[in-house]
Design a protein. Sequence first.
Length: 585
Amino acid sequence: MTTVYINKQPIEVEAGSTIFEAAAVAGIKIPTLCHVENQHPKGACRVCMVDVEGAKSMVASCTTPVSEGMKIITNSKNVREARKFVVELLLSEHCGECKTCTRNNDCELQTLALELGVMDITYEGEKLKSYIDDSTPSLVRDSGKCIKCRRCITVCNEIQGVGSLFAQGRGFESRVGPAFDQQLDGVTCVQCGQCAAICPVGAITEKEHIDFVWDAIEDPSKFVVVQTAPAIRAALGECFDYEPGTLITGKMVSALRLLGFDRVFDTNFTADLTIMEEGTELLMRLKKALVDKQQVALPQFTSCSPGWIKYAEYFYPEFLDNISTCKSPQQMFGTVAKTYYAKKTGVDPKDVIVVSVMPCTAKKFEAQRPEMNDSGFQDVDYVLTTRELARMIKQSGIDFRALKDDVMDSPMGSGSGAADIFANTGGVMEAAIRTAYEIVTGRELPLENLHLQPVIGLEGVKKASLLIQGCKPEWSFLEGVELKVGVAHGLGNARKIIEAMRGGEEFHFIEVMTCPGGCIGGGGQPRFTTNEIRLKRIQAIYQEDEGKLLRKSHANPEVQQIYEEFLEKPYSHLAHQLLHTKYKP
Ligand code: HC1
């Protein structure tokens, strides 16, 4: 341990800590615009300046390690003036018009300027050029608002391992973006939006669908249905000042009705449907490999996270056959809304508009993929992020906190606890095992054994191995098989598990979620997500699961109903036609 003095108070910190970390231990907040949790500090923004006795000049606290007896001042006129100076310089070239910026009142630079008492920009000079890149369906970049803090570069390269954003140029000409000033659609961007979630200003944001959705709602010829992803219910409340991890499912349903949607449904319904289809697919692959001795692509990868699909297309096209052919629950929902539901209710499918509320920016891209039109129309029309839904609720003047709880419409509004946990890393795996166990053994999985502990939590790569015993006669080929499963969240971790696989490690089934923590940490979720917040959202999702009587996908009566009335059985011809797809390199 090392003893340092912060503002004259002695404090013991771990040797090798930075001043920034030591101050946090002492409960002192040092402002920063470039820090990324658990990542090597970059010292890019220079806002975290502190005085150190004996140093020639002020130092950036995030890159300066502590030493024994170091005397640090974090709060003095000098320090405050230095930070104010840095913020003024940033503002002097920043061409953000706060009044019309989507980040107004939610901007770290704006907040810091206010906190530091910046009332005037003394250094007015040339402004950055505003170059707008809206080349992808999901994201919009505005170079004029970029403060070059490099947080987006850190998440894109060091956490996601995608490598689409870099710093380039020098001095006033320096800028952040894809190499050689290309647009995002010209590089390997997977549109996960982790850059948009961590950007301190309005330089990278989701491409808004709000106005399209308002137009659809106000068009009397349209029947507008909305689906909400599992992760929304554990995070939307943060936009209305609830503590992270507060479940607001019932209020969310009420708000969606007040916004004017004709029906309010749950993506959880199709998450349960996904388990039926994806579980069947896995069992078929295993049968082909073990009984028919056919060459079959194993392990099977999950397919619900569109950033992961895009990542595999760019970096691991040789594994595309390993990805489950199931569409994601979002896309399955769109397809059955425009076929099964339209037919059942007598609405012309051409008039059905499907809106999704997703924690994910890449879902906007997924909805527009050319493969996603098996209903005869684009299956999902518009995708709102959690943040966009919050903006719509605020635009409409709804007092969210005062709303009463409501429930989703039926059918297609019921989801099991297994569907809820899709929102967390490890959740799809656990949901699949809950169902596969009962199908294969014919025995009920006791409630106390529902959680698959080794795949729960924020470890980047998780593994479990399950010995299959007591199979029904038709599944006897699985008797004694040790099922090996893996879970990765964050694309950097996906790379690790794939490389382990390439190195000879055996898996049968692997869940990959694009974003750290899974969808609860998606690029469209309320800012700013830390691991502490991720854990609180995860806790809320398990609370939702544990509070339900219905906790297994195959037991969902609405799922049983759609098979009886429409799809016939999992993996049927019609199910294959509507719910499955094939990704092309
Ligand atoms: Fe997800 Fe999914 S869980 S991908 O993380 O499979 O976005 O929440 O909706 O489609 O159900 C996201 C969340 C979401 C899909 C489901």
